[in-house]
Design a protein around this ligand. Structure first.
Ligand SMILES: [Zn+2]
Ligand SMILES: [Zn+2]
Length: 300
């Protein structure tokens, strides 16, 4: 089977020929149709992830996988030919986090496709069928690939934990991969959306996605709108006090971005008197990613 693999850290991926992996009764073999390239793939190839020192090379990365079921075990309810998008996060399904609907904090994680286990930069990938989610034919592979990565992260932060609903006004800080999707999800949920982003190029992308855009969090207070929810994806600790100041009384600040080793401060008086809810939205990556540079802060 042809694959593109990491054969040494810090070097370009190389074409390799690999044997088909073992196939169990609950497995599906997915013929890979499309695999997105994530910022995290670069970090895996650089060898800067927490698991990098023990990862066996050659390693095939790629976790934003769309494909077709080519082979299904006898216990599998997915027929060959089914189009699927893969969820890379192989949780235990029985720990306190999994049972409570917080799989992203599973304490007995079994596998991560493309991270610690072989990924999608190859002709086919074999995974437990529970990680394969059927995909309608109307959804293009390129649109579906990031569903379990940047889009799922943005949805959880915006709708599940941010409680954004029709009629809400939402400020999304940072127009990287997660932020641009958060802005579009908020808009699709019926919210008015403004993106906070210092880069003019990224502001243009936010405007093209249907949001208004301002350069800094302090600019939010100049708007007429009352901000119900701030979704913070930039990871800059200095943004947080401004986010609390900008949100309306009773509003929510959802933290998605973070910078390792850089604690944030907030004005407790401001937060208390306005009864602001500050909530943190975990992503699978939050527990496996190495230190992020400032330049990659919003590119997750
Ligand atoms: Zn990704
Ligand atoms: Zn679990």
């Amino acid at each position: 089977m042809r694959a593109m693999a990491i054969v040494g850290y810090g070097a370009p991926l190389q074409p390799v020929d690999l044997a088909e992996p073992p196939f169990g009764p609950g497995d599906v073999r997915i013929a890979v149709e499309y695999c997105g390239v994530c910022g995290t793939d670069v970090k895996i190839a650089e060898g800067v992830m927490p698991f990098s020192p023990t990862l066996a090379l050659p390693h095939v990365p790629g976790h934003e996988i769309v494909g077709v079921v080519a082979e299904a075990g006898p216990d599998v309810p997915l027929a060959p030919g089914t189009r699927v998008v893969l969820y890379d996060y192989g949780t235990c399904g029985s720990c306190r986090s999994c049972v409570g609907g917080r799989e992203t904090t599973c304490s007995r994680l079994r596998r991560r496709i493309g991270f610690t286990d072989p990924g999608g930069f190859q002709e086919s990938v074999t995974v437990p069928w529970t990680l394969a989610v059927p995909l309608p034919d109307t959804v293009a592979p390129v649109a579906a690939a990031a569903l379990s990565c940047a889009i799922g992260t943005a949805y959880r932060a915006t709708v599940t934990l941010g409680q954004v609903r029709a009629g809400s006004t939402v400020a999304v800080v940072g127009a990287g991969g997660v932020g641009l999707h958060a802005a579009q999800i908020a808009r699709a949920a019926g919210a008015a959306t403004v993106v906070v982003e210092p880069s003019p190029q990224r502001r243009s992308a936010a405007v093209a996605a249907g949001a208004r855009a301002v350069a800094g969090v302090e600019d939010l207070r100049a708007l007429d709108d009352e901000i119900d929810v701030v979704v913070e994806t930039s990871g800059h600790p200095a943004v947080v006090p401004g986010a609390v100041a900008a949100v309306a009384p009773g509003g929510r600040v959802v933290l998605v971005g973070y910078t390792p080793g850089a604690p944030m401060t907030l004005d407790a008086q401001d937060a208390v008197l306005k009864e602001v809810t500050v909530v943190a939205a975990a992503t699978p990556r939050a527990r496996t990613c190495g230190p992020r540079s400032r330049s990659s802060r919003a590119a997750r």
